[in-house]
Design a protein around this ligand. Sequence first.
Ligand SMILES: *[C@@H]1O[C@H](CO)[C@@H](O)[C@H](O)[C@H]1NC(C)=O
Ligand SMILES: *[C@@H]1O[C@H](CO)[C@@H](O)[C@H](O)[C@H]1NC(C)=O
Ligand SMILES: *[C@@H]1O[C@H](CO)[C@@H](O)[C@H](O)[C@H]1NC(C)=O
Ligand SMILES: *[C@@H]1O[C@H](CO)[C@@H](O)[C@H](O)[C@H]1NC(C)=O
Ligand SMILES: *[C@@H]1O[C@H](CO)[C@@H](O)[C@H](O)[C@H]1NC(C)=O
Length: 516
Amino acid sequence: MKLPLIVFTLVVIIQFSECRHTDSSWLPSIYNVVANKTSQIRNYVRAKTRSLKHFYVENVRNKITSYLGVDDEQKVLNATEGDPQTRLKRKFRGYIDTAQNTDKNVFDTIAPENIEYRCTEDDPDVHMTTPQLLASNGYTAEAHTIVTDDGYILTVHRIPFPKNSSQKISPRKTVLLHHGLLGSSADWVIPGPRKGLAYILSEAGYDVWLANARGNTYSRAHVSENVDSFAFWNFTFHEISQHDLPAVIDYIMDIKGWDVKINYVGHSMGTTVLFALLSTKTQYNKVLRAGFALAPVAYMTDIKSPIRLLAKYSHNIEYLMKLLGANEFLPQNAVLRWLSKHACEINHYEEVICENSLFVFCGHDVKQFNRTLLPMILGHVPAGASTRTLIHYAQEIRNDGRFQQFDYGPDENFEKYGSPTPPEYPVHKITLPIALLSAENDWLSGDVDVTNLYVQLSNPIEHYIVPLKEFNHIDFLWGIDAPTLVYDKLLHLLEEGVSKSFVNVINPDIETNELK
Ligand SMILES: *[C@@H]1O[C@H](CO)[C@@H](O)[C@H](O)[C@H]1NC(C)=O
Ligand SMILES: *[C@@H]1O[C@H](CO)[C@@H](O)[C@H](O)[C@H]1NC(C)=O
Ligand SMILES: *[C@@H]1O[C@H](CO)[C@@H](O)[C@H](O)[C@H]1NC(C)=O
Ligand SMILES: *[C@@H]1O[C@H](CO)[C@@H](O)[C@H](O)[C@H]1NC(C)=O
Ligand SMILES: *[C@@H]1O[C@H](CO)[C@@H](O)[C@H](O)[C@H]1NC(C)=O
């Protein structure tokens, strides 16, 4: 996307240098050579610009229009009214024509501006880090630095004991919270005391640890790789599950003793990494006490999120990287702006919400959304994710929702996995007691997929469906009624669920998984 800009700059420089030729007439021979070279470069650049524009207009337009099914141009052009999908398609045609006429790239015509949400500057919370937020509410907060076996430097936050604890000793009961895609440890504290899950668990007597996956605001460092490099961003949720999670779990065990039993609570991608870990590094089934998956994401056949629009292109990794940014998935990326428009024109959300990548991918539910939190949310998310993680999810959607490892293409797959297609995660190997908490209106975690996952678990605790129709993916974090609809249930399952519903005939060892 930067190339047209560079080309443009070049043209300007060249034209500028040309203007000076009257001054340099005292050196005619050199001038002629330079002028000749200049005009050659200029012609070259002009030709390139034309072909770039041609590329965008032809290539991108054809791909997207054919995907949207805008084949019957007349029909589409003709529809002044009709259903929203037809109107959208028509509008999209219009965008492309405008792009063609105004010499712009298609996506920039669609969503030309980045909208910045203007927060009232007198709200300091908006810019605070997770430990600062915790401290400002009177809680003791810790930040721990953990280095993974592949060199990523992670920051894990912790609320070691409840606010009013008389002796400052951390409880044995331990819970590790893991955020989802584009999230961070802040996700769990944004709603504030008595509403945010981190606070609620602390008050319920847990030692609360808040993970931050590689690449997010708090874990954006590496022992040797530059944070701007491709090598740094060359990861998907698979690497988070294989390196970050083990490092964090091992670290907590180092601090609290090998016999500590950690409860794992994940949201969205935070559940994907748990399932990926437990099905591949199976020893962690015995290390943890139980898993609690909020808005679980493993199989992806039933996706309403606009991420499915990317699925179409997911076999062409280079193309997607070109569109989305090769390294970090940039929230203000033009493609995302287009996707957000697409979602918003159907749903009539307001622009600051529409422009935020988290809402774009995860949806937004007006009734459960506490507007007071908006400045805080916009100040903390998106917290960073790799483009590869998005592509990995998009690949799963394309491959009939299979929960599988990254697809590098047949040749590289063969080298890495010994087969032309990537292996599925062997979900049947998960023996940890697991509860799934899902919602009907979830754009990313559909009922069919969650049920399919649940029936394969060896030690299921419960599949709880939030009893509210509108409840959506991010309502698990910030929904007005999340404390009553989700966290009460979660606390109950944490205290009672594991021992009661836990039947293990295969592995009697795990029966020692009692609450310490
Ligand atoms: C510029 O260079 C080309 C080939 O290098 C030559 O044919 C042409 O006559 C030159 N033009 C001028 C104005 O010197
Ligand atoms: C619109 O559709 C009608 C028939 O459905 C056709 O006669 C007319 O030419 C179309 N108009 C345009 C602008 O394509
Ligand atoms: C902590 O103690 C203070 C004073 O005893 C009380 O007002 C406050 O509600 C307590 N907070 C919590 C979260 O229990
Ligand atoms: C990216 O990761 C893949 C898989 O781990 C590896 O094969 C490849 O060499 C990496 N590329 C770079 C540039 O680090
Ligand atoms: C919305 O969030 C604010 C700030 O945390 C809180 O004071 C308020 O009670 C919340 N409103 C509802 C309806 O939960």
